[in-house]
Write a protein that binds this ligand. Structure first.
Ligand code: MN
Length: 430
């Protein structure tokens, strides 16, 4: 027997056909926003389809769970604000409506009215992002970047093991999967003894990251404790923190990244909820020195999410050569976890609001080919990557398309995925 509240039970099947390799079996049920006609609507992915939450709410399927307005908004923010006491029964109802042997009301209705094909709609940003923070929480990445940017100093700065280092990013340049990325112009100073000049970035890079989305938010002056993180974090998505390394290297001291990153940040369309990720929650790496008490966690807060990024150059595309996987890594090894990041970001009483995005920082492993950026993989361009069509890359060229992917799989659980976050580089403004 399947426990009625176990929405991640691997034995659950949907009456909507879902292929075994789909990212979106009934155990996932991620939330997104799609455009159909001229209206933006909330949806839940199931296989190749989307359940239109606006229409399903109009039909009354959730009237005992939440107000219809939450599901009929053009973005997820009202639902995010409603908190876990709404998210949990909503997920349970969705699972019951879509499972074989569950609540048959949706299946018995004129069901095509409530469903559409993902291929037939455009996905939009799932939430309005008021504030965006990007952490720096992979010790492997921070060590590599320290060596590359400050070769004559200690790789990790003294604060790194004490607090989750971050910078405030630019929320208004967060874009959805598929949005073209124009090569940024800026000041660069390379080599180090050259004079500064202005022009298109020559070291355009990606950063393979996840991000979590804040739910209800907190009041000014009221920090969020690590123990309350589950009430706040709605779910995770994929984030590509595009980075112009030459601009970044010249501008970042003393106040951190600015124009080297603020030109674009790509996110994946579907937010995978913490409830869907629950089977993949694992113990994170040991932390030494032990974190200060406000950062101490007493339960596993890491997630075993496999991550990869693929590259397809314009020439590969023209010759029909498939995208090449450049890096594969795991989110499980991140030094600082999402609960610690949220607690730290609000420890001074700073406000978070529904829809705020907190990205993880570049996710790098210790094995060759597990680094989440080209600057690490090519060691600042010293060791170019040879591609399957014979081309080589140090950094991104115009016409290159980068695709981030993420998924979770383990014995005893149904595989779920995040979909992807793609972006293709367009030439700089003339
Ligand atoms: Mn980053």
């Amino acid at each position: 027997m399947i426990a009625p509240d176990d929405t991640t039970d691997p034995r659950l099947e949907s009456w909507i056909s879902v292929s075994p390799e789909s990212d979106f079996p009934i155990q996932n049920l991620p939330f997104g926003v799609f455009e159909r006609g001229d209206s933006q609507r909330l949806g839940v992915a199931i296989g190749e389809r989307i359940l239109d939450l606006s229409k399903a709410a109009q039909a009354g399927f959730f009237d005992d769970v939440c107000e219809r307005e939450l599901l009929q908004a053009p973005v997820l923010n009202p639902l995010l604000a409603a908190g876990r006491q709404t998210w949990a029964p909503l997920r349970e109802r969705l699972s019951q409506l879509l499972r074989i042997g569950g609540d048959s009301r949706l299946r018995d209705a004129n069901v095509e009215r409530f469903l559409c094909r993902q291929a037939a709609v455009e996905m939009r940003l799932p939430m309005e992002v008021g504030d965006y923070v990007d952490f720096y929480s992979s010790i492997e990445h921070a060590t590599n970047l320290g060596r590359l940017f400050r070769p004559n100093a200690e790789a990790l700065l003294p604060n790194w093991r004490w607090l989750p280092v971050a910078y405030h990013g630019r929320s208004s340049t967060i874009v959805i999967d598929g949005t073209p990325i124009r090569r940024p112009c800026g000041q660069r100073k390379m080599p180090a003894d050259a004079a500064p000049e202005f022009g298109p970035s020559r070291r355009l890079d990606i950063e393979l990251e996840t991000g979590f989305v804040e739910g209800p938010g907190n009041e000014l002056g009221m920090p969020i404790a690590v123990a309350d993180a589950r009430e706040h974090i709605f779910g995770l998505l994929l984030v590509n923190d595009w980075s112009a390394r030459d601009i970044q290297a010249w501008e970042y001291q003393p106040l951190g990244p600015f124009l080297g990153k603020s030109f674009a940040t790509t996110v994946s369309p579907w937010i995978v909820t913490l409830d869907a990720l629950e089977p993949f929650r694992v113990q994170g790496p040991p932390q030494e020195p032990p974190p200060l008490s406000y950062l101490r966690v007493d339960e596993p807060w890491a997630y075993a999410i496999s991550l990869a990024f693929d590259l397809q150059t314009q020439q590969m595309e023209e010759r029909g050569i498939a995208p090449q996987t450049i890096s594969q890594t795991s989110f499980a090894g991140m030094y600082w976890n999402v609960a610690q990041q949220l607690a730290h970001a609000t420890a001074n009483g700073a406000v978070t609001r529904p829809g705020d995005l907190f990205a993880s920082g570049t996710i790098s492993g210790s094995e060759p080919g597990s680094q989440g950026s080209l600057i690490e993989l090519t060691w600042n361009g010293e060791r170019p990557i040879t591609l399957t069509d014979g081309e080589s890359r140090r950094f991104l060229e115009d016409g290159d398309e980068v695709t981030l992917r993420g998924w979770c799989e383990k014995a005893g659980a149904r595989r779920i995925g995040f979909g992807c976050a793609r972006g293709r580089i367009e030439p700089a403004n003339a």
